[in-house]
Every structure is written in structure tokens, then in C-alpha cells.
Design a protein around this ligand. Sequence first.
Ligand code: FES
Length: 62
Amino acid sequence: MYVCICKAISDKQLEEANKTSKSFNDMCKNLGLGSDCGACIQDALQYLQNSPTSPHNKDNSK
Ligand code: FES
């Protein structure tokens, strides 16, 4: 599934980049996420917050 249509960034790419990035902004910069129309930023944030492997997931912070 594509998270960012403009840059053809998939959910798998997002999860991989999220593991190695210092912050969400750092990840966006590295991937180019949101660098065109910007419509994907909120969806990407929401996706990562709901991802079971994401450090941004509240359930993983215990
Ligand atoms: S959908 Fe990601 S920049 Fe347009």
C-alpha cells in the first residue's frame, strides 16, 4: 500500500525508515515523504502510531 502517492512511498518503506530514523521529521526528510503536496503527512503519522512495530505506538511504550 502506498502511503505517499507523489513519491511512491509504501507502508513497508515507511516502517523500515522509521526504525532507523531519529525522529518523524528526520524520516520524512530522508524519504522525501510530504515533500510534494504534503497530503500524506497526517496519514503517515497515524499509520505509524497504529503500527505494532513502531516506537511511536503508545502500546509499545510500556
Ligand atoms: S502524497 Fe506525499 S507528498 Fe503528496
